[in-house]
Design a protein around this ligand. Structure first.
Ligand code: FMN
Length: 250
């Protein structure tokens, strides 16, 4: 029997889509995508995540302002994936068990992983249907406000936003560095001179045109690393404190 590799072909063509056609995603497609999220593997079977689908245009606008990315307001379908230990905390309470373990770091990590892999599973499914997808880490630019807007209770944390819709742009594939620097056998390898090792990749990156940035060429990878590592988004530096405010603890 011939293998069906259509999913892999689509995954290898992944590009982030930031502009979408003014065409709604049919409800039956959304239901199927959400069903894929529901079927995703989950740590301990605890399903410690929730998805908040944003259908109110006003709320979408507020989230776009939080993210400081105006194209967020235009995504046809916007979902926030939330690490969620609140539900299981409540279930345990209703069973007569009072525990503060819902907020420990292990459970926080489980919730974040569950949310992240459910999000990626949904993105894969969307891309398999020729829909485009946008991840939004920028929703954390003001996590406190986002939690207020979404009325998130304690033991929850918004991990990432996902936008889905029919693509209205055709971006270039964004170069990635060779797996030699990422995939190791049995033990981690530290290279002596990363700049030298990544020289070719640095050059390749400058051939990439970023549609986000008025279709300009981008800086080489190592310069992007420096800029991103040095960037200091005020409220993001307070994320650790905010996670504690949500009831989690180290
Ligand atoms: C967790 C995560 C958060 C991201 N957050 C944003 C974001 O806030 N805004 C945005 O425009 N792109 C965001 N992206 C998209 C990345 O910029 C993009 O995946 C990366 O530059 C590689 O480009 P490609 O997806 O087209 O291959 C995010 C991606 C991930 C995985």
């Amino acid at each position: 029997m011939e293998k069906d590799c259509s999913m892999i072909r689509k995954q290898l063509k992944h590009r982030t889509i930031r502009e979408f056609k003014n065409q709604p995603v049919p409800e039956e497609v959304m239901e199927e995508l959400l069903e894929v999220a529901r079927r995703t593997a989950t740590s301990n079977g605890m399903q410690a995540y929730s998805i908040i689908r944003i259908t109110d245009p006003e709320q979408k606008k507020v989230i776009s302002e939080i993210s400081t990315q105006e194209y967020v307001a235009r995504v046809p379908e916007l979902m926030i994936f939330v690490a969620d230990q609140f539900r299981n905390y409540r279930i345990a309470m209703e069973k007569g068990t009072e525990t503060d373990k819902a907020g420990d770091m292990d459970r926080f990590m489980q919730g974040v992983t569950d949310a992240a892999i459910a999000a990626q599973n949904l993105v894969n499914a969307a891309e398999s249907l020729d829909l485009g997808a946008l991840y939004m880490g920028s929703i954390l630019n003001d996590a406190k406000k986002l939690c207020e807007v979404l009325k998130l209770p304690k033991f929850t944390f918004p991990v990432v936003g996902i936008g889905i819709g029919y693509p209205n742009q055709d971006p270039q594939l964004k170069p990635r560095f060779n797996n030699r620097y990422r995939v190791f056998e049995n033990e981690y390898i530290v290279f002596d001179d990363y700049l030298k090792e990544l020289k070719e990749y640095d050059e390749e990156m400058t051939t990439y045109y970023d549609l986000r940035n008025a279709n300009k060429r981008v800086d080489c990878f190592s310069d992007q690393v420096v800029a991103k590592m040095m960037a200091d988004i005020k409220r993001r530096s307070e994320l650790g404190k905010f996670i504690l405010d949500q009831g989690f603890y180290f």
